[in-house]
Each structure stands twice: as C-alpha cells, then as structure tokens.
Write a protein that binds this ligand. Structure first.
Ligand SMILES: [Cu+2]
Length: 224
C-alpha cells in the first residue's frame, strides 16, 4: 500500500494532508497503515505452513518393503513348466540356480528358497507395504484367514490336495485371486491394514507365508 492510498483509506481524522500526517512520525503512519485484512505475505506463509504440515503427516506414515524371492533355474524349469501355450508362465532368468528336480525334492514341505522376506513384520497403522517380486516366477501375495492349500494341487502341502483355502480357490480365473498376483519384476502395494494380525500366503506355493502385525497408530492423536 502506498502512503497516498493509505492516507485516503486510513488517515486519522485529525490530519488533512499527507505532509501533516508524515509530520506526526513515520511509526504512526506505519501503524495506521496496517490494513484490516491479512496481508498477502502472511496468507502465503500460512498456506506454505499448511502444505508442509500435510507433507510431514504423509512422511510420518512409514513405508515398508517385503521382497518375494525364488531361485527357479530357467534351464530346467522352462522345458517342463514354461510353455505359455499350456497356460504356464516361464521362469524369468534372474540368476536362479535351483533346478526343478531339487525344487520338487522339497515337496511336500516346499523349497525354502521360495519365500517372502521378512516372514514376520510389525508396522504401524497407516503404513504402506510395498511387495516386490524379485524372483523368476509369478507369485501371489494373498491375505488369508488361515494358512492352507493353494490352487496348484501338485504343490500343496502335504498331499497334493485340490481342496484349496477359500482365498485361493479358483486360481487366476477368480478375479479376487488374480488381483493379488505379483508378476516377476513387479510390485504391489498394500494399504489400509487394520490393527491386528494379518496373514499373507502365495496361492501357488502355499509354503510362502508371512505375518504382518499392525499396531494401532497413536501419532494422529499426538500421543507419540
Ligand atoms: Cu509363489
């Protein structure tokens, strides 16, 4: 605000001219010229502070990573199981050296090189969990109420049962199961888990299991 426009708008009743007013002292002018509405710099500062608070709240929500691993050897897996014409997904060469015969030798328990890592995780409510498949095969990261058989009978523990747990039933023809697929080289993000214990399993390799314990988040209430 210039001194002239200020004079017009908010001069004291006792002065008639700018020079009169100036004679009463610069500090008085400054004080009289404070506009009644909030000046722009203050508004901008408040906006910036609000944005920073939102960003800080977002940053406080943790991000945790889970890695999906396998060691399939493409040289032995793909001739037997990697024909897309049969609905199979080839083992991608990510350096895996576990041969198919070695893999099969671990059944019915399951090859321990096929796993979620870590196998147990504690997170806070509001945290996001990024699940990244670094193996050569496709997997699922499916929340289940109880661990149990997947949808590939030959890989089921312990008897090759075709009776899979409900969350895996129907395999990828079931949209709910297909939605939990984590293709090799891709990630899926899990959000919004409620406080408590959550179990996740691969519906293809049912020994790939993990538990995520979600703790109630007190940060929003300022208790942390
Ligand atoms: Cu799997």
């Amino acid at each position: 605000m210039t001194i002239n426009s200020c004079f017009r708008n908010c001069r004291p009743a006792s002065v008639d001219t700018v020079s009169q007013w100036s004679a009463s002292g610069a500090e008085a002018i400054q004080s009289e010229c404070q506009p009644s509405s909030m000046p722009k710099p203050v508004l901008i500062s408040i906006f910036v502070a609000a944005v920073l608070m939102v960003l800080a709240a977002t940053a406080m929500a943790g991000q945790t990573k889970v890695v999906v691993l396998d060691e399939c050897d493409p040289n032995t897996f793909n001739p037997a199981l990697g024909n897309p014409a049969n609905g199979n997904v080839p083992c991608l060469n990510v350096g895996g050296t576990e041969t198919l015969s070695k893999f099969m030798s671990f059944l019915p328990t399951g090859d321990p090189l096929w796993l979620f890592f870590p196998m147990q995780l504690k997170v806070d409510e509001g945290d996001t969990i990024s699940v990244n498949n670094q193996g050569g095969e496709n997997h699922t990261f499916t929340e289940v109420t109880q661990f149990g058989n997947g949808f590939v009978p030959g890989l089921n523990n312990p008897t090759g049962s075709t009776n899979s747990i409900p969350e895996c039933r129907g395999g990828f023809s079931n949209n709910d199961v297909a939605a939990t697929r984590v293709a090799h080289g891709t990630s899926t993000v899990i959000r919004g888990l409620k406080p408590g214990t959550h179990l996740f399993e691969c519906c293809i390799h049912p020994w790939m299991r993990m538990e995520i314990d979600v703790e109630e988040n007190h940060r929003v209430g300022g208790e942390n």
